[in-house]
Write a protein that binds this ligand. Structure first.
Ligand code: NAG
Ligand code: NAG
Ligand code: NAG
Ligand code: NAG
Ligand code: NAG
Ligand code: NAG
Ligand code: NAG
Ligand code: NAG
Ligand code: NAG
Length: 856
């Protein structure tokens, strides 16, 4: 078989100059528009110039027509009056390869088909396969079967990665006794990492697993929708000439709303301006008040994986903040995302964002059958249910979607081809009378080299992206340090033999037990001939706490975490596989023991303030006084212990772990929510992402416990009072403080001190972490409250945390100065909004895992 390779070089001109004057977010570096079978170069209705593949007759061999021909359609549907459909087709009787020489990287490959009778070729008799390099894009394909009544022509889009060989071979292979044809071929570069990343892992829906999209995966675009809006034509795209259809045809259900706001949106480095045009993000579909969920249905062939890219942007004036609109995402009836919150993901109101999911569409009966896959977004009101308070739960029972792209992913053998489309009618396939003999199969290669590069604009956008990225990451450093330490416990930490411990606890006698927990028991013990009293925490052999955690705790507690207001570790025992920790004994037990459900005498107000200040200092040290930020995660009144001199000591900050490191997309500190009911930060509950402000929230609950002397949750109370945080916050708002304070404190609290204290607690319970004070602020405010109480009239210097309930007159600099999870207030369109970086909190490096508390 003779193969003639014909090279020719096309110097295609980029068409950007002829497009509008507004700079495009993306300027193609490779752009091929080939009008196959056309007699001459043509300009389409968008002023793009299509070159013809018959442009170079001098290069064509004399037998060129033996395997292919150009032909014009004998019919032209009035709806299909566009280049390249109107300008003829290349008809191919044998295997025929176009070879394009393009730069490496992902490319759009678009094939244009208008099935018609071409100069004697019956459109019902065309079946062919198409490959791009080794990837099968279409197999025994009939363009006629693929078109619909409403659209008589077809544009198929693929995303193909071109490797270092810089060759993109597009091969058409007719099925036996058939022919292939094509009207146009478009090849376009795209921004790196737009759809294919180096080794891009994506959540696999319905499985606790990931799907990897890499260079060897080919994508076929099946649906690209401007949800809730109209068709967005190729020239309105971001420079990649993608077409965004209306989603009307796929919507299930009725009465949905389609909010549209002609506003500016703020693209980010994660969602750069080329991701989708503004019109996609500023049109949307939301639920009406009649619907339960938003539903779409898409026919998809089984036997493939599909990439769903969902585009979001909160544009409505009433949905401004985190937790305002929270919803779940289901694809193919499987949970893809729990508690999606667009503002949280994107970083703010009118910030766009997209999320990717991969779905395994299976059907055991018929491997490549089409089935309907649903996409459903339904409101998640869980936080609302848990906290029984609209101010803490999500504010709008609704969901939103702005854009959607669905791609079919090449299977294991690189094929995107499903079984042939059904022909509308059973047309007999006649033997073709192709001009000239069929024996000769000559590959006709065209190598098109595109040597055009427009890079200046790209540089501009890189810089913009850099600036955005810097802004968004402001203040991050303090929160991302990671411990790698494995230094041995310091001398401060004693190493006990099991015999010594047994001796101290009378062989772990029941009567020495002072606490129980999931890990084992806590015993009171006497060391050094009874001169030192200790608390001995002995891990149950069946406990889940492993040796590594045990060692980490020893290390963290002994050498790193030494503070007057933290319970200190005296030593440990790892003798005979025991895992025992020995702590200072806290003679006065837990703070709760002195607040309610107790026989102990009520604590006087000033003592309570002292204890709060001490505990706050301990937490402040954990958050910022150590080399690594440590989040306690289980702050509550039973984890604040009191020694014989009534000094407060925070306990149970033990098991510190190294969280994930920034940059990678792998793990983040997102674990099942732990903590104690009534104390858990609603933000943490919902996101399962932890910040220091989660501790601040819990501490706010403790402050109210101290003031009101009642449990965080008391199910026996009337419904509005069950949850202390909710009840006390509401009373603060209504300025009904007198009604909630512990009757034992009546007459003890100076009014100004009370209002400082209550306002502080109130602010600690703000629903967004961003709005809460830092532990440092808490300490300062409590100290100032104590001074007021002590009758010192003047305000303490530096206590600059003006708290005004219901007004947001908090000192911004103060609040924002030390926060790792907060950026600055951004001003957009004159509206000041706080932007939480909580979506980034997965970079938080260290967290403290709950260990069952000493005094529980
Ligand atoms: C092409 O066809 C012509 C006549 O139809 C024949 O002479 C010639 O050999 C063929 N060329 C090739 C390469 O098959
Ligand atoms: C296409 O060609 C076939 C065979 O020549 C013919 O039967 C058919 O009617 C033609 N279709 C149209 C729409 O012209
Ligand atoms: C291609 O599809 C047609 C129509 O479904 C079928 O008749 C034909 O046998 C197929 N050919 C191959 C090679 O699969
Ligand atoms: C993917 O392909 C691009 C372009 O050929 C190359 O730069 C990149 O290193 C490849 N990535 C991987 C993970 O192979
Ligand atoms: C790409 O991913 C496939 C499976 O998803 C894997 O088998 C293959 O090794 C990967 N290739 C590269 C270059 O990472
Ligand atoms: C968008 O921003 C530009 C430049 O800041 C401004 O000229 C334009 O009026 C804004 N459009 C809207 C709808 O706010
Ligand atoms: C639904 O919302 C519309 C306004 O958006 C309102 O007029 C109507 O009363 C609402 N219906 C119900 C049942 O709430
Ligand atoms: C996808 O579905 C197929 C067919 O059920 C199954 O064999 C395959 O293991 C699934 N893939 C994954 C990653 O679960
Ligand atoms: C694209 O090119 C145009 C015209 O040269 C330029 O104004 C624009 O800034 C470029 N955009 C990018 C993203 O490079």
């Amino acid at each position: 078989m003779a193969t003639i390779t014909l090279l020719f070089f096309l110097f295609l001109q980029l068409i950007t100059a002829t497009i509008s004057t507004t700079p495009l977010p993306y300027n193609a570096t490779v752009y091929v528009l080939l009008n196959c079978g056309a007699q001459s170069a043509t300009t389409d209705e968008t002023d793009r110039r299509w070159d013809t593949d018959t442009h170079f007759p001098n290069f064509l061999p004399s037998d060129f027509s033996n395997i292919s021909t150009t032909a014009t359609a004998s019919e032209q549907d009035p709806s299909v009056n566009r280049v390249p459909y109107t300008t003829g087709a290349r008809i191919m009787k044998s295997r025929f390869t176009y070879t394009f020489r393009v730069s490496p990287g992902a490319k759009f490959l678009r094939l244009y088909f208008y099935p018609a009778n071409y100069s004697g070729f019956n459109k019902a008799e065309s079946f062919f396969s198409v490959t791009a390099n080794h990837l099968t894009l279409l197999r025994n394909f009939s363009a006629l079967a693929a078109v619909t009544d409403s659209s008589k022509a077809l544009r198929k889009e693929f995303v193909i990665n071109v490797d270092e060989t810089q060759i993109l071979d597009v091969t058409f292979s007719p099925s036996p006794n058939s022919y292939a044809f094509v009207n146009g071929i478009e090849i376009l570069s795209m921004p790196t990492n737009l759809y294919i990343h180096g080794n891009h892992r994506i959540k696999l829906v319905g499985q606790n697993d990931f799907f990897y999209i890499n260079n060897s995966t080919a994508l076929e675009t099946l649906y690209r929708l401007n949800v809730g809006g109209n068709l967005v034509g190729s020239t309105e795209d971001t420079g990649m000439y993608r077409v965004w259809d209306s989603d009307d045809a796929f919507v299930v259900g009725y009465g949905y709303q389609t909010p549209h706001f002609d506003v500016n949106i703020t693209y980010t480095s994660e969602t750069p301006p080329y991701s989708a045009p503004r019109i996609v993000y500023t049109t949307s579909r939301t639920m009406s008040n009649h619907s339960q969920s938003l539903d779409w249905e898409f026919p998809l062939n089984s036997g493939f994986y599909y990439l769903f890219r969902l585009h979001f942007c909160e544009i409505q004036p009433e949905v401004l903040e985190v937790n305002d609109r929270v919803f779940d995402i289901y694809i193919g009836n499987q949970m893809a995302e729990r508690a999606a919150d667009v503002v949280e993901w994107s970083g703010g109101w009118r910030f766009p964002v997209y999320r990717d999911y991969v779905v395994n569409v299976t059907n055991p009966d018929d491997r490549r059958n089409k089935q309907s896959i649903t996409l459903q977004l339904s409101p998640n009101m869980e936080t609302k249910a848990v906290y029984a308070d609209a101010t803490l739960g999500s504010a709008y029972s609704n969901a939103i979607l702005n854009g959607l792209e669905i791609f079919k992913l090449g299977d294991a053998i690189g094929s995107l081809a499903a079984s042939n489309h059904e022909l509308p009618s059973e047309a007999p396939i006649a033997s073709l009378a192709f001009p000239n003999n069929k024996k000769k199969r000559i590959s006709w290669h065209i190598i098109v080299a595109i040597i055009t590069g427009v890079t200046s604009g790209i540089a501009f956008f890189s810089i913009l992206g850099f600036l955005i990225s810097r802004r968004r990451n402001g203040g991050k450093d303090s929160g991302t340090s990671v411990t790698k330490s494995s230094s041995p416990p310091s001398d401060l930490c004693r190493h006990f033999l099991i015999a010594e411990i047994k001796n101290a606890t009378d062989n772990f006698d029941e009567k020495f037990v002072i606490g129980y927990g999931g890990f084992g028991n806590v015993y009171k013990g006497y060391l050094d001939n009874g001169t030192t009293t200790v608390a001995v925490k002995r891990s149950n052999p069946s406990s889940k706490q492993g040796i590594r955690e045990f060692q980490t705790e020893i290390e963290m507690l002994s050498s790193k975490l030494r503070h007057r207001h933290l319970v200190s570790l005296i030593g440990y025992c790892d003798d005979k596989n025991e895992m025992i920790l020995v702590y200072d004994y806290m003679a006065n037990g837990t703070l709760r023991d002195h607040l309610y459900n107790t026989d102990n005498a009520p604590l006087p107000w000033k003592k309570r303030l002292d204890i709060c200040i001490g505990a706050a200092k301990g937490l402040c040290y954990l958050h910022s006084g150590t080399k690594h930020m440590i989040i306690h995660r289980d702050v509550k009144s039973t984890n604040i212990l009191l020694d014989d001199k009534w000094v407060a000591k925070v306990s149970d900050f033990g098991l510190s772990k190294v969280g994930s490191v920034g940059g990678t997309d792998i793990t983040h500190v997102s674990t099942a929510v732990k903590g104690s009911f009534g104390y858990v930060d609603p933000e943490y509950y919902k996101r399962q992402r932890l910040t220091v402000k989660s501790d601040v929230y819990s501490f706010g609950v403790v402050l109210f416990e101290v003031l009101c002397a009642r449990p965080a949750i008391n199910p026996n109370l009337p419904s509005g009072q069950v949850n202390l945080a909710e009840w006390a916050s509401r009373s603060c708002k209504k300025r009904e403080l007198e009604e909630i304070i512990d009757p034992n404190l009546k007459g003890q609290i100076a009014p100004e001190c009370l209002s400082k204290f209550a306002e502080l607690a109130y602010h600690c319970l703000r629903k967004e972490g961003v709005q809460r004070p830092s532990m440092g602020d808490v300490v300062k405010t409590l100290e100032s409250a104590l001074q007021v109480q002590e009758g010192e009239d003047h305000e303490v210097e530096g206590s600059s945390f003006p708290l005004i309930i219901n007004g947001d007159a908090m000192n911004e600099d103060e609040i924002f100065s030390d926060l790792s999870e907060v950026e600055r207030k951004l001003t957009s369109n004159g509206i000041s909004m706080s932007v939480s970086r909580s979506a980034k909190v997965n970079n938080v490096a260290l967290f403290s895992e709950i260990i069952t508390p000493l005094g529980r």
